[in-house]
Ligand binder design. Structure first.
Ligand code: HDE
Length: 680
């Protein structure tokens, strides 16, 4: 057995490949020093460039080949390194070593992504998010390739190309980018009704996360844990963000896409650079094999979740992201995930979506990464040794010595030799399978609506309103009246109030039918019940000359003490002077930032305020208010809120008393958004 890995092991391994170019002499790729990098070699000052200019040819050829195909889905992604620690041994359920030994910290690499958009698309689009984790364990790489939504659109992998064709920009005009609000997507939905449950999630606030640090992750499929005795349990995987699950407002999300298309990666990058490491607890839902048929849904159906109230999520560990990549292409772009990268103790189920994924992921890397040796790329290498008889292919790096590259052999004493199960050899779970070869769908997969209704029933009033608004937006962009009506009729099966409200908003006919009779709900699905904290929240502080120096400085210090990040906004950069000799650095001007880039506003103002400052501040305050954000104001700043006649509304804190302001504002920021305003 290989020696135990530690959280440093991947870092140390990558170190062999890291190159520091700064301060070095310029050379060609052959190592020849280059004397001139400004001018190509020419026959005469005004003459043609010469073929013998090997430096020019090499530089240009390499540049011409810099791009690789982007991922067919999940093209836009951002990643970070981190570690996984185990709270409690799972020995009873799985023999996976990294889930047994609580003293081991396993290095991980996590890539988050949007699904539909191309590599250069904006990040706060309405979409599912990928949450793919590579655990570099002592027994090999384990990839948990999940999403931030616990169910999927389709039940069988054979439909994936159809789903993605319908979702991606329409082929005749390549529009719209990174959006599901178009005819082909909704035509697919209406004609493939197994999608109902995931569509409910995709139309909910879950699809517009505030931060990659504030969203859940799910393995989606049912997997198996297998223990030393060979006993199996079904398992579903969960990531629970320590900061809670929080979302943007749709209008805000769309504006952020223009103001900062890198919003989510910037947030992740900066948090790690600041030492505010993103953390997610790891949870498992476990189910004994004998309980497989205990539910009113099929546990192999990836359009179904296991309600947490029925099968509790057991928290067993924590993921911490603590190191940014050195090079996005080498690491984030070249990382290759695969749900089939498992280690002993983790096995598959017969979920037909999972089974199909087991084919697709290697296949896609062959074209994307240009051949079968992508496992040798530094980011993909396991931290334990690997030996086999695979040879050659594009970009092969290892130099396998000796004449033997086959099994069985006598010349190398039949090595590399297979490991027995006791030695850690992977042995597939011996599930008994029996059946005829049929192209069909199990009857047990045919209820497409009950859990979609369960999700709806579990939402708070504001969350329900947002779902209605999301459907109204998306269908409002669909040109075919027929498709719109089909969707309305489909979602009448989920909930009549929802279908009627959307029909009204988009001018469709009232749906026929009687709605759903499902009354069950699952409180765990509502973001209203999530963790609420002020930590890492960005506060835009609008400030001008001659502000109340001492008081404001003390408030800003207290907010920082609560983990918040106040950033000063003023008419121009440089220092802003307050009373009592207090001077503060301005971080942004009205030109370089926008209210949508902050979680909350603190309006300080000052004595010297011109018309432009007044207009800009009014705009910030109005917009933050419309996006339900906490707004605080002290001293001269109060006038903007008083002018807007919004004081007294929830999440608005107005007082000059320092301690009272700080405690009121911290509470308001912890609340994330103040939906009660919608009712006013
Ligand atoms: Fe993927 N998916 N997928 N997927 N998926 C890819 O692999 C595929 C599905 C997920 O950051 C591709 O390397 C099929 C479910 C993530 O690199 C591709 C089916 C879930 C990522 C592929 C699914 C996912 C991918 C494209 C249906 C959540 C990004 C590039 C049978 C559990 C990983 C690549 C990264 C990427 C195929 C459905 C998650 C084409 C055929 C369900 C997070 O192989």
């Amino acid at each position: 057995m290989s020696k135990k890995v530690n959280e440093q092991s991947k870092h140390d391994q990558l170190d062999q490949y890291r190159v520091e170019d700064e301060g070095k002499t310029l050379t060609t790729n052959q190592g020849v020093k280059v004397s001139e990098d400004e001018f190509s070699l020419k026959a005469g000052e005004r003459g043609p460039t010469l073929m013998e200019d090997f430096h020019f040819r090499e530089k240009m050829t390499h540049f011409d080949h810099e791009r690789i195909p982007e991922r067919i889905v999940h093209a836009r992604g951002f990643a970070a390194h981190g570690e996984f620690e185990l709270y409690e041994s799972m020995e009873k359920y799985t023999k996976a070593k990294f889930l047994q030994d609580t003293s081991v910290k396993t290095p991980v690499f996590v890539r988050f992504s949007t699904v539909a958009g191309s590599r250069g698309s904006a990040e706060t689009v309405r979409d599912a998010r990928g949450f793919a984790t590579k655990f570099y364990t002592e027994e090999g790489n384990y990839d948990l390739v999940g999403n931030n939504i616990p169910v999927f659109f389709i039940q069988d992998a054979i439909k994936f190309p159809d789903l993605v064709h319908a979702l991606k920009p329409e082929p005749h005009n390549e529009m719209p980018q990174a959006a599901s609000a178009h005819d082909t997507f909704w035509d697919f939905i209406a004609n493939n009704q197994e999608s109902a449950h995931m569509v409910m999630w995709a139309m909910s606030d879950r699809a517009i996360p505030r931060s990659l640090r504030m969203m859940e992750g799910f393995g989606v499929h049912t997997f198996r844990f297998v223990n030393e005795e060979g006993k199996a349990h079904f398992v579903k995987f969960h990531w629970k963000p320590v900061l809670g699950t929080h979302s943007l407002v749709w209008d805000e999300a769309q504006k952020i896409n223009g103001k900062d298309p890198d919003f989510h990666r910037r947030d992740l990058w900066e948090s790690i650079e600041n030492g505010d490491y993103p953390e997610y607890e790891f949870g498992v839902q476990l189910l004994a094999e004998e309980d497989e048929f205990k539910f009113d849904f099929d546990i192999l159906d990836p359009t179904k979740l296991w309600p947490e109230e029925d099968v509790p999520v057991k928290i067993i560990g924590k993921l911490t992201l603590n190191r940014n990549v050195d090079n996005v292409f080498a690491e984030t772009e070249q990382v290759a995930f695969h749900p089939g990268h498992v280690v002993p103790g983790i096995d598959f189920s017969n979920d037909p979506l999972l089974q199909g994924r087991l084919f697709s992921y290697t296949d896609t890397q062959l074209i994307r990464l240009g051949g079968p040796n992508f496992h040798e790329l530094p980011i993909n290498r396991p931290v334990c040794p690997f030996h086999n008889n695979q040879r050659d292919g594009y970009g092969r790096q290892t130099i396998n010595k000796g004449p033997v590259s086959y099994h069985k052999n006598s010349l190398a004493s039949n090595t590399p030799r297979p490991a027995s199960e006791a030695e850690g050899g992977y042995v597939h779970y011996q599930e008994k399978v029996e059946g005829r070869k049929v192209r069909t769908r199990s009857e047990s997969f045919k209820d497409h609506f009950s859990q979609a209704t369960l999700f709806w029933n579990s939402m708070s009033k504001p969350e329900k309103d947002h779902i209605k608004q999301a459907f109204s937006f998306e269908l409002g962009k669909v040109k075919s009246e027929d498709v719109r009506q089909q969707v309305i009729n489909m979602f009448a099966n989920v909930n009549m109030e929802l279908a009627e409200a959307v029909a009204e908003a988009i001018g469709a006919d009232k749906p026929s039918g009687s709605g759903s009779s499902v009354t069950k709900s699952s409180p765990a699905l509502s973001q209203e019940n999530t963790v609420k904290k002020p930590a890492t929240r960005k506060v835009g502080v609008i400030i001008s000359k001659d502000f109340q120096g001492k008081e404001v400085a003390s408030i800003l210090e207290s907010l920082k003490g609560q983990g918040m990040q106040p950033e000063l906004i003023s008419a121009k950069l440089g220092k802003v002077k307050g009373s009592g000799g207090v001077e503060l650095d301005v971080d942004h001007t009205f030109l370089t930032c926008d209210s949508v880039l902050f979680d909350a506003l603190y309006v300080v103002g000052g004595k010297e305020v011109d018309r432009k400052f007044d207009r800009e501040t009014t705009y910030f305050v109005e917009e933050a208010y419309d996006h339900f954000k906490p707004i605080g104001a002290t001293h001269d700043g109060k006038q903007w809120l008083e002018k807007l006649e919004v004081s007294g509304a929830l999440g608005v804190v107005l007082t000059d008393e320092v301690d009272q302001f700080v405690s009121g504002f911290v509470d308001a920021v912890s609340g994330h958004r103040h939906w009660e305003r919608e009712e006013i």
